[in-house]
Design a protein around this ligand. Structure first.
Ligand code: CO
Length: 136
């Protein structure tokens, strides 16, 4: 297994335009990439920070996992997940499964930037949701 880098850190936000303005003033620049990810029912804004990115996540539907997360946070938002880039996602998932690590996705699905992604269950990682991604 090769873990390459932290690809992004994702923050769930209750108002995307407001959050973009806030992070614009914090980081001194706007987002490089905006995308709607249908599979996860979210709109995402990416700010590049060196080798990694900050991802702001906003739900596009009441049944989005981000809607449920925001409800748990009393609508204020918060740190949602950390994404680690790997070289061979399917191989990683097989190995983690063989090690008995609880996974949300046992097979890759499609994430932002058309990347293959999969989530590890937060019960397996001290309560932190970890996303693994493989670039195209
Ligand atoms: Co992500």
């Amino acid at each position: 297994m090769t873990f390459r880098k932290v690809d992004h850190v994702a923050i769930a936000v209750p108002d995307l335009d407001e959050a973009i303005e806030l992070y614009k003033s914090l980081l001194g620049k706007g987002p490089e990439h905006l995308e709607e990810v249908e599979d996860q029912k979210v709109r995402a804004a990416f700010f590049g920070i060196g080798e990694t990115n900050l991802e702001l996540l906003f739900p596009t539907s009441p049944d989005s996992p981000i809607s449920k997360f925001l409800e748990q946070k009393q609508g204020r938002g918060g740190l949602h997940h950390i994404c680690i880039e790997v070289s061979d996602l399917e191989g990683h998932l097989k190995q983690l499964k063989a090690q008995g690590v609880r996974l949300i996705d046992e097979t890759p699905r499609l994430g932002a930037h058309g990347k293959k992604i999969a989530f590890v269950h937060p019960k397996a990682t001290n309560g932190v949701l970890i996303e693994l991604s493989e670039p195209q």
